[in-house]
Design a protein around this ligand. Structure first.
Ligand SMILES: [Zn+2]
Length: 430
C-alpha cells in the first residue's frame, strides 16, 4: 500500500478543504517547518521534518521518474535552502513549497522504485518540536507498479464518491453546440475578435516562471529562478501600468506553483492581448551570459533552444504532478491557421522587444530563438518567453537581483510592447 491519508478524507486539496484551511490561517498562522533531516537505517531511508505542531499529511508515489510526494496544509518553510539534503540514501533530490492555496508540498526524487514503509507524526519530547517521519524502502518495479495501480484505483473511487455527492446540487451542464464537419473545418482558421477591455487599455499577461514547489533553476549564488522571475514580473507590471495604456494581469503574484496550462488559462480568462512569460536560464558554462527571447515553433532554431524548452516544459513533473493520463509529448504542436497567424505576431513582438532591449542589456547571440515551449501554445494570443539572463553567470545573477537593472530592462520592454501595438494598428489601417 502506497497511499496514506492520515486523519483526512479523500477530499484533501479539494476546494472545500482548501477554503477551510485558508479561513483557519486568518485566525492561526501557518505551521512552521524548521528542519529537514535524512538518515539511512539499513536499507531504509528516513525523512524527518521538524514542525511546531501536529500536521495532517498525504503521501503518494509517482513513476517516470520515480518520485514521492507529500502534501501538507499550507506551511511556512523555515529551511536553509543551501542546506537541504541531496543524494542521501534513496533520495537524489528534494524540493518544497506552496503547491496550491491551502496546500504545501514536498517532492522527493528517488533513485529507484520505493514504497512508503512507515509514516507518522511524533509527539514532542522534552519541550522539543513535533516531527513528521517517513520511511522509504526499496522495492521491485513490479511491486511499485502494483501499489501505484491500487493508489490510482483508490483515488478514482474517491473522485467518483465526491462527484456522486456533489452532483445532485450542481447546475445542469450546458450542452456543447455540435458543429458540422464544414463548420469545424472553418472554425479553426477564425480568431474570435477580442473584446476591447472596459477601460480601453491593452491587457498584458505577465507570467513569472516557476514558483512554490518548483524553484526553477538555481544560480551560482543559490538564487532561485522563481524569485527573480516574480521580481521581474512585478517591475514590468509597474512600468507598463505607469504609462496609463496598459492593464497588467500576473499569472502569479506570490510564491506558488501553477501548472503550465493554468498559466495560459489565467491570461485567456483575462482576455489578454499579449502573454509574456519570464524566466532565467542556467548552463554548465559559467561564462555564458545575456538575454534571449523565445517564440513557439514546430522545429527548434537550435539544439540549445530545444534543450531549454524541454527543461522549462518539465515544471509540472517537478511539482509532482501525475502526467500519466496526459499526452507525454507536451511539445507536440497542433498547428492551424489561427495558430500560424498568432505565431507570426509573436515573432514580430520578439523582434521588437529584442530591438529595444539591446540598447539596455547584454543579449545572447541570435537573441530571438524558437522552440516548442508548452506555455507559448495559446492559439489566439501572441506569446513570448523571455530568458532574462543566466543565473549560472555571476554578473547576470547580480544584475537580475538588482532592482535598478530590472527597471531598465522593464523600461525597454515597455517600448518594445508600444512598438508592437503601433505596428498592429498600422497593419489594420492599411
Ligand atoms: Zn524557467
Amino acid at each position: 500500500m502506497v497511499l496514506f491519508a492520515v486523519g483526512l478524507g479523500a477530499t484533501f486539496g479539494s476546494v472545500s478543504v482548501a477554503e477551510g484551511a485558508s479561513a483557519q490561517n486568518q485566525i492561526q498562522r501557518e505551521a512552521e517547518i524548521s528542519d529537514v533531516r535524512i538518515g539511512q537505517h539499513g536499507q531504509r531511508t528516513r525523512v524527518v521534518l521538524d514542525v511546531d505542531r501536529e500536521l495532517k499529511f498525504e503521501i503518494f508515489t509517482l513513476p517516470d521518474p520515480y518520485r514521492v510526494v507529500v502534501n501538507l496544509p499550507e506551511v511556512l518553510w523555515k529551511l536553509d535552502d543551501a542546506a537541504v539534503p541531496e543524494n542521501k540514501g534513496l533520495l537524489s533530490r528534494m524540493r518544497y513549497g506552496l503547491f496550491a492555496p491551502g496546500t504545501s508540498r514536498m517532492v522527493l526524487d528517488v533513485k529507484g522504485p520505493v514504497n512508503v514503509a512507515n509514516s507518522f507524526m511524533l509527539k514532542p519530547v522534552n519541550g522539543g518540536r513535533w516531527r513528521f517521519v517517513m520511511d522509504l524502502a526499496p522495492t521491485s518495479e513490479t511491486e511499485f507498479l502494483e501499489a501505484l495501480a491500487q493508489q490510482r484505483a483508490k483515488a478514482r473511487q474517491s473522485l467518483d464518491e465526491l462527484v456522486a455527492k456533489v452532483t445532485p446540487d450542481s447546475p445542469p451542464v450546458l450542452a456543447t453546440p455540435t458543429l458540422s464537419k464544414d463548420q469545424r473545418a472553418t472554425s479553426v482558421a477564425v480568431i474570435a475578435p477580442r473584446r476591447p477591455s472596459v477601460s480601453g487599455k491593452r491587457i498584458i499577461a505577465i507570467d513569472a516562471g516557476h514558483g512554490g514547489v518548483d524553484p526553477g533553476t538555481i544560480g551560482v549564488g543559490k538564487t532561485y529562478e522563481k524569485n527573480v522571475t516574480l521580481a521581474m514580473a512585478r517591475d514590468l507590471r509597474t512600468a507598463l501600468e505607469a504609462t496609463g495604456r496598459y492593464k497588467v494581469v500576473l499569472t502569479r503574484d506570490r510564491d506558488i506553483f501553477l501548472r503550465l496550462r493554468d498559466r495560459v488559462q489565467v491570461a485567456r480568462d483575462a482576455n489578454a492581448d499579449l502573454f509574456i512569460s519570464i524566466h532565467a536560464d542556467s548552463v554548465p558554462n559559467r561564462k555564458t551570459r545575456g538575454l534571449s527571447i523565445y517564440t513557439l515553433s514546430e522545429r527548434a532554431s537550435d539544439k540549445e533552444a530545444a534543450k531549454l524548452a524541454a527543461k522549462e516544459n518539465k515544471s509540472d513533473l517537478i511539482a509532482g504532478i501525475d502526467l500519466s493520463s496526459e499526452s507525454k509529448d507536451v511539445t507536440n504542436i497542433l498547428l492551424d491557421l489561427a495558430q500560424r497567424e498568432t505565431m507570426n505576431q509573436s515573432a514580430r513582438l520578439a523582434q521588437e522587444l529584442v530591438g529595444e532591449l539591446r540598447r539596455q542589456v547584454m543579449l545572447l547571440p541570435n537573441s530571438h530563438r524558437f522552440a516548442g515551449f508548452a506555455v507559448l501554445k495559446a492559439p489566439d494570443m501572441p506569446s513570448v518567453l523571455v530568458e532574462a539572463g543566466f543565473l549560472s553567470n555571476r554578473q547576470d545573477e547580480r544584475n537580475l537581483l538588482n532592482s535598478g537593472y530590472r527597471q531598465s530592462m522593464a523600461g525597454a520592454m515597455v517600448k518594445g510592447i508600444d512598438q508592437h501595438f503601433i505596428g498592429t494598428e498600422e497593419a489594420r489601417i492599411h
